[in-house]
Ligand binder design. Structure first.
Ligand code: ATP
Ligand code: MG
Length: 682
């Protein structure tokens, strides 16, 4: 247990009572969790009885790795995952009590939108469908079923939404599918209503740890309470100043209620920040100061004053991007040893702000990755493949069926599918189930029947083989065969106008299949040629849980590239050098269009959350921090004039030192010359 201070040690050793670690950014909260996992195992707890809940899959992968380096192989059995993944686990094991088959599908947001459109008669546009989706999600996060929502609806709008939700729930049950909110809501119902299941899990879980507790929502808190039961052996760590998911239903009420719901709660505060220099920490403390305090906190750093935080004023966004690139190059050229690419992060408020930055980085040939943006899994070609996988795993998944049967096209037309749909609903079966009914011959012509039967046999055959395909090597071969069999590459070339786009999509497909294969385990060699052995899984097993994964590479952290990320996705992470870009009024704090009519308290709450977002951004930096803004930015097609964010003034920087260092400019020029001359920079 070296590398922990006294308060951290206290938190690690508090194993027989509920424990809350409440502390500011960079104070070692996440470190407490990893060390506590190791300590619990050393104390003799079975690793499989420990669950550590993180905010993202990526954070889970990192924690598993860290715990592994502390205690070795035993860490593998610890359940390290997100609340949603834990929900999947509960439902796959015990969901039958709720009428859910173990092979249920998990719908992503695009599936949900299209099902809702369908439920409403198919005429709604995407924006409307998204609004319903948010509305239903909010109802589910309050723990309401459609019937309950209907009963308490106050106006026509609420009644319409609840009625739609009722139809939506029926569809999901018929498809044996769940959405993301169900991954928390259904396990909650399961534990509430089924005592034996609840007791089983409470017995099995000897200790539950939760990172980023401030961003849990009400249903997640209820789920946590049922998981830990009366014994209440859990450790939650969090920071009320970093609560940034209020817009998605997270509530600080969970922090406030914890001491009331668990009177034995041991509250531990950490005060030393091990991440940032004093200059950076001071700016952070100043920014967060105006927010009302749930718990008073102090935070100090012993890493020295460090370099002043700088503010860069730019003309427009392209200019800002160039300056960011120049800053990175200059730091690389002037420091000894030079920082690696992965030591840099550029953070911003909204996804679209990445674009000019990407362009500038590409032009300078600087390797980078964008995290927190459009996920790989939202691309059409990947969603095509996922539809097939889902259909293997769950034959009743009608949306997956419709996508797979028409991609690539196999001569099965809309009329055939419409008749099949009618037949299926008359016989209360799924589309796939209807394929094999002898009575189908009465409603469809021979040719259509043959096409459908062939498709059905193909899927069954594939499912059979996928179940028996174990390990990465076999999985890779299987997927290559399968792609050839369904003619997916030809399909891409036929449907894409440009060869270049078709090739890019095909490469995505190959990358995706390779990644799927890797997840089937066995002997795996990485790019550096080192091999590792992991437990073999069947390809079908991999396919089942695919919707849960939002990043293609759980180990992307290790690549030597500059990170571009939204502030939301940067939570919990740290980099030696951080640039916050686009820090203007309107962007950060973000001001949505049509906000003027909002009532005061809602506007205040929103501003406070934006301020916490700025606090999160500043506290990602270890050694240097630059905050930049531009005088003009694109808004739609127009250029609008911008003011620096009020948060820049709130940082209370010293005007004399916060402006760009002229020596830096010089170094920058020198680095540029050196590069052009082909000589290494001095
Ligand atoms: P955040 O609020 O951003 O999630 P955190 O409180 O979880 O931050 P960590 O990420 O656990 O903080 O720790 C921040 C940094 O400080 C990490 O690099 C970690 O290794 C280091 N650190 C934490 N505790 C100690 C310690 N006792 N001694 C030395 N370094 C420490
Ligand atoms: Mg943390």
């Amino acid at each position: 247990m070296s590398g922990l201070n006294l308060a951290q040690l206290q938190a690690v050793h508090a194993t027989s009572q509920p424990c809350l670690v409440l502390a500011g950014a960079g104070s070692g909260k996440t470190r407490v969790i990893t060390h506590k996992i190791a300590h619990l195992i050393d104390k003799g707890l079975p690793p499989a009885g420990i669950a550590a809940i993180t905010f993202t899959n990526k954070a889970a992968a990192e924690m598993r790795e860290r715990a592994g380096s502390l205690i070795g192989k035993r860490a593998r059995e610890v359940l390290v995952c997100t609340f949603h993944a834990l929900g999947v686990r509960l439902l796959r094991e015990n969901g039958q009590a709720l009428g859910l088959k173990p092979q249920f599908s998990i719908l992503d947001s695009a599936d949900v939108a299209s099902i809702l459109k369908d439920c409403a008669g198919g005429t709604a546009d995407l924006a409307t469908a998204r609004q319903w989706q948010w509305g239903i999600s909010a109802l589910k996060n309050q723990g309401l079923t459609a019937n309950q929502a209907l009963a308490q609806a106050q106006d026509d709008g609420a009644r319409t939404l609840a009625a739609l939700m009722l139809r939506y729930e029926e569809r999901l049950a018929a498809y044996q599918s769940v959405d993301f909110d169900d991954l928390i809501g259904l396990p909650l119902r399961l534990l509430r209503e089924h005592g034996t299941v609840r007791e089983k899990w409470q017995r099995q879980l000897a200790h539950v740890l939760v990172d980023e507790y401030q961003d849990t929502n009400a249903t997640q808190y209820e789920l946590l309470k049922l998981l830990v039961g009366e014994r209440a052996r859990f450790t939650a760590v969090g920071d009320d100043d970093q609560s940034i998911y209020g817009w998605r239903g997270a509530t600080l009420e969970n922090l406030r209620r914890l001491p009331l719901d668990f009177p034995a709660l041991k509250v531990i505060k950490l005060e030393q920040n091990y991440r940032s220099t004093s200059a950076i920490l001071r700016a952070a403390n100043h920014v967060i100061a105006p927010n009302p305090k749930l718990f008073p906190k102090t935070l100090f750093s012993e890493l020295g004053e460090g370099e002043p935080v700088r503010v860069q004023q730019c003309d427009h966004e392209e200019h800002e991007a160039e300056r960011a690139v120049a800053r990175i190059q200059s730091l690389r050229a002037s420091r000894n040893p030079p920082p690696a690419w992965k030591d840099f992060a550029i953070l911003y408020r909204a996804n679209h702000q990445a674009k000019p930055l990407e362009k500038a980085l590409r032009q300078a040939a600087i390797p980078y990755k964008v995290s927190g943006g459009t996920s790989f899994f939202e691309r059409a070609e990947i969603r095509d493949l996922c539809a097939w996988f889902r259909l293997w795993a769950n034959n009743d998944d009608d949306p997956a069926f419709l996508r797979a049967v028409t991609t690539p096209r196999r001569g099965i037309g809309h009329t055939t599918l419409a008749r099949l749909g009618e037949f299926a609903s008359q016989h209360k079966s799924s589309l796939f189930g209807a394929l094999f009914s002898p009575m189908l011959a009465a409603v469809l012509p021979r040719k259509a029947l043959d096409g459908l039967a062939e498709f059905g046999r193909g899927v069954n055959d594939m499912e059979y083989r996928a179940r028996r395909t174990l390990g990465a090597g076999a999985a890779r071969a299987f997927l290559a065969d399968w792609l050839a069999e369904i003619g997916y590459e030809r399909h891409l070339r036929d449907t894409e106008d440009s060869d270049k786009v078709a090739s890019a999509r095909w490469n995505n497909v190959l990358e995706f299949c390779d990644w799927m294969a890797q997840r089937a385990g066995g002997q795996i060699a990485d790019a550096a040629g080192t091999t590792a052995a992991t437990e073999e899984r069947s390809l079908l097993d991999v396919a089942r849980n695919i919707a849960l994964l939002s990043t293609i590479s759980e180990r992307e952290q290790e690549q030597d590239v500059v990170t571009l990320s939204t502030l939301h996705a940067a939570k919990g992470l740290e980099w030696p050098h951080v640039l916050l870009a686009g820090v203007t009024e309107g962007m950060l704090p973000f001001k949505p269009g049509g906000d003027d009519g909002a009532d005061d308290s809602a506007a205040t709450a929103r501003l406070e959350e934006e301020r916490r977002l700025m606090y999160v951004g500043i506290t990602r930096a270890q050694r240097t921090l630059v905050v930049s803004w531009s005088k003009r930015r694109k808004k739609g097609r127009e250029m609008v004039a911008c003011q620096p964010s009020r948060f820049i003034a709130e940082m209370q920087l010293d005007a004399a030192t916060s402006r760009e260092d002229p020596r830096e400019k010089l170094r920058q020029l020198r680095a540029e010359f050196a590069r052009k001359a082909g000589a290494p920079a001095a």
